[in-house]
Design a protein around this ligand. Structure first.
Ligand SMILES: [Zn+2]
Length: 268
């Protein structure tokens, strides 16, 4: 993947009519979720219709597919009414990335986990977290590794091509009263460290510093213990949630590789 004449190749989809004037020297990267299950192409097609009255520069699908509908040197319509560091209208100085994700989920009376649009979502894709702008926990769709890898790769390209960008924020940072995306399930800390080159997009490892660290089936003490990682074990971080739990892959005491959740304060 390359950026040629402000367009991803491959990745350029078709032009959206929903855009502003020239975007010179963007300083901000804004992350969003789509509230959709349409895939990158489906969302890009939507942004390519005048009826959408909205757009973003690129859309990243759950399967890693990436589609672009506004060139990076043109303003996209992704931020709406927004302010960052006292400067309003973030569309005027930012590149917008939409990540295909349902965002907030709910458990309905029939026991199913559903999206805001009523679509049934695999409960294994849901994580309970409290949004930093809210007081109560809610269910949110997890961002999968395939999508995160593609997102990291394309973000590194964008940052290399547009070195004027100095900050990465969420829509919920620049419009906190209106917007919840990309939400608490988005691993912003890990993402910014990966795209900053301080890590490897494929494998992020941590060392166990507790003498015995319980490996559990889910992110909480109520989940079954699958085994124990002993002190000094090296585990691969599968998903570093913004909460106190991380999903890791590693070898437990007695042998055997597991994917399990651990309390991340015991990882160095
Ligand atoms: Zn948004």
């Amino acid at each position: 993947m390359k950026i040629i004449d402000h367009k991803l190749q491959p990745g350029w989809h078709k032009p959206s009519p929903n855009h502003g004037g020239p975007l010179d020297g963007p300083t901000l990267l804004v992350m969003h979720y789509t509230v959709s299950g349409a895939g990158a192409k489906g969302v890009a097609d939507y942004f390519a219709s005048p009826a959408a009255n909205a757009s973003a520069h690129i859309v990243v699908g759950r399967d890693g597919d990436i589609r672009q509908v506004v060139p990076f040197n043109v303003k996209a319509w992704h931020a709406g009414k927004s302010v960052w560091r006292g400067r309003s209208n973030c569309n005027d100085y930012s590149i917008g990335i939409e990540i295909d994700n349902w965002g907030r989920l709910m458990r309905t009376a029939d026991g199913q986990v559903r999206s805001a649009t009523g679509k049934i979502v695999d409960p294994g894709q849901a994580v309970e977290l409290t949004h930093r702008n809210e007081s109560k926990p809610a269910l949110w769709e997890v961002y999968g590794e395939t999508q995160m890898k593609a997102l990291v790769e394309v973000t590194r390209l964008i940052l290399a091509a547009y070195p004027t960008i100095t900050e990465i924020v969420g829509h919920d940072d620049i419009a906190p009263l209106r917007k919840s995306d990309p939400g608490p399930a988005f691993p912003m800390g890990r993402f910014t460290s990966l795209v900053g080159g301080r890590g490897d997009a494929s494998v992020l490892t941590r060392k166990v510093i507790a003498s015995r660290l319980n490996a559990r089936g889910g992110p909480g003490l109520e989940f079954d213990k699958l085994g124990v990682f002993v002190s000094g074990s090296v585990v691969e971080v599968v998903y570093d949630s913004p909460g106190p739990w991380a999903q890791v892959r590693g070898v437990i005491e007695g042998g055997g590789e597991v994917v399990a959740w651990v309390s991340d304060q015991f990882l160095a």
